[in-house]
Ligand binder design. Structure first.
Ligand code: OOB
Length: 543
């Protein structure tokens, strides 16, 4: 078991096993089993190429052998930053097979995030595409490798330049069969990135047992079968398209994954028509774009049965339009990379589907809604959601001090979400207690951006808050107090953050210079008061 990963107490683990939730299978074994059952049926469609279950399994095996030959070992951490391309699957299953641990990064992450992930996980390898959306990841890899001494190998999907070519490694037939190292189903399978509310993002250790349970159960709720066709429109490494039920749920069901290089209707709609997509997942702003586009496109979307929307609050008004406009069922999904996922059920009454964010997927999910003193609030009242269960982590990787705050002593995860629950157990997300901005599903930890701003010579103090936005739900505004008589412009500060290698979505949408910050009774910056600056202003992103 990977060190520094808090895990479930044995009495809980025993119960989850005894009740058949954790079934003792690893992700690598799951694919091998499907390859036997599904054989030549298509597992993944990527661009013009189609790959069968057998091909995927065999290529993952060859890549796993190559990884071993190169020197990767069980528990080695490997930062994986791949967009929606086929290699994502060969890479992660090859790593699962040898017990190496993918650390999932998102395509928009830049030097600041990647360097931190590599350093914090002491990664020995980093997997990238050559170029994507006009960005050359090989340049980023060079920069990161020069800063991180543990990072020995760079693997590239596409044109490798001076690095290892993934394609060559997955074609390479190892001279002798290399035995896979033994891997246990309760081992950590990968590290997922938290949305975060602290200065540095936290890493989430998910085990084979807990993760497979989460997408197996999701499959039951979402009705996934081998005739399902899942369109991965969101970046696949994110927990929502990865496992709710996402691409892994689709493989579990023996269905077909269709990878979209972008979620835009120009790319996604023709794919839905051509591949007869039955289910897909979007964040709310994309759902708005799809509904807007549907009216003017001739594409046949009639195969689409379910549109899942989650990652941020979906307005009731927009939710009501999904079925009439797109001709499919809406499913609201409220989940988190730490574990708990709530779904509205496909046969729920419309009122439940459009006004709630669903209910926990499992009867084994334990939910508490509490006030600031951790007392349970009465049903229907708003409080912070705490949760514990068979696929919710008991602590972050290498984060002992933070874990003491983020989890209760009896192991409940403090989600930082303010919610209320109705009498039928459905949850409505009402707000947030954590210092985070949810920019259309992209999570921004205020403290992380503030720390970057504070490192600028002209910045005396900085506070990042959300402003309401009709399209993204929220955008970010940095309030800045300039040091002494110094001057700096908003454009200079944004350029400065970009130069520090911050992901584009974390660059503040607006920068507002002020002389002082409003304070709370105890003398802390009152973000509530700062947010109220915008409360009455209906912003549309042009502010
Ligand atoms: C998903 O995962 P993360 O880890 O990127 O973000 C989790 C946070 C939640 O704690 C909540 O603050 C927010 O995102 N959130 C929602 C929401 N779904 C997530 N807030 C309001 N309404 C929703 N429907 O975002 C994620 C993981 C798995 C499945 C779906 C989403």
């Amino acid at each position: 078991m990977l060190m520094h990963c808090p895990t479930w107490p044995e009495e809980f683990a025993a119960r989850y096993r005894a009740n058949g939730l954790w079934q003792g299978q690893t992700l690598g074994e799951m694919l091998a089993e499907r390859a036997v059952q599904q054989g030549d049926r298509i597992a993944v469609v990527s661009g013009e190429s189609r790959y069968s279950y057998l091909e995927l399994d065999q290529q993952a095996n060859r890549l796993a052998s190559s990884f071993l030959e190169i020197g990767l070992k069980p528990e080695d951490r490997v930062v994986v930053q791949l967009p929606n391309r086929y290699e994502f699957f060969t890479v992660i299953f090859a790593l699962f097979r040898i017990g190496a641990i993918p650390v999932f990064a998102l395509p928009l992450h830049r030097q600041s995030e990647i360097q931190y992930l590599c350093e914090w996980s002491e990664a020995v390898a980093y997997v990238i595409p050559d170029q994507e959306a006009g960005f050359d990841y090989r340049v980023l890899a060079e920069q990161v490798q020069s800063q991180v001494p543990t990072l020995q190998h760079i693997f590239v999907a596409g044109e490798p330049a001076a690095f290892h070519s993934l394609q060559r490694l997955s074609e390479h037939q190892s001279p002798s069969h290399i035995a896979w190292p033994p891997i246990k189903s309760n081992d950590v399978a990968f590290l997922q990135l938290s949305g975060g509310s602290t200065g540095l993002p936290k890493l989430i250790p998910r085990t084979h047992d807990d993760y497979i349970y989460s997408f197996r159960r999701s499959n039951e709720i979402c009705g996934l079968t081998e005739s399902s066709v899942y369109l991965a429109a969101l970046p696949v490494a994110h927990n929502f398209p990865l496992s709710s039920p996402g691409v892994l749920g689709t493989l579990y069901a023996g269905g077909k994954i269709v990878l979209a290089s972008s979620p835009s209707p120009d790319i996604a709609f023709p794919l839905i028509e051509k591949e007869h997509v039955t289910i897909t997942a979007l964040v709310p702003p994309l759902a708005l774009i799809w509904m807007e586009a549907a009216a003017s496109r001739a594409n046949d979307l009639s195969s689409l049965q379910v549109l899942q929307v989650g990652g941020a609050k979906f307005s009731e008004e927009a939710a009501r339009r999904v079925e009439p406009v797109l001709g499919c069922k809406l499913q609201q999904v409220y989940g988190m990379a730490e574990g708990l996922v709530n779904y509205t059920r496909l046969d729920d009454p419309e009122a439940t589907i459009v006004t709630t964010q669903g209910r926990p997927m499992s009867d084994w999910d334990e939910i508490r809604i509490v006030d600031e003193e951790d007392n349970d609030v009465p049903v229907g009242e708003v409080g912070e959601l705490l949760t514990r269960g068979p696929y919710t982590i008991r602590g972050y990787y290498r984060a002992e001090a933070h874990n003491a705050k983020a989890f209760t002593v009896d192991g409940f995860y403090r989600t930082g979400d303010l919610v209320k629950m109705n009498s039928e157990g459905y949850i409505v997300v009402d707000g947030r207690a954590k210092d985070q901005i949810n920019r259309g599903g992209d999570k921004i930890a205020a403290e992380e951006v503030e720390n970057h701003l504070l490192s600028h010579a002209s910045v005396f103090d900085a506070a990042l808050v959300s402003m309401p936005d009709s399209f993204l739900g929220e955008r970010s505004c940095a309030f800045i107090i300039v040091r002494g008589q110094m001057t700096v412009s908003a454009a200079e500060l944004k350029d400065y953050l970009r130069a520090r290698g911050l992901a584009p979505y974390k660059i503040p949408d607006r920068i507002q210079f002020v002389d002082t910050f409003p304070q709370t009774n105890v003398g802390k910056v009152s973000k509530k008061a700062l947010r109220e600056v915008f409360a009455t202003t209906v912003t549309n992103g042009t502010l």
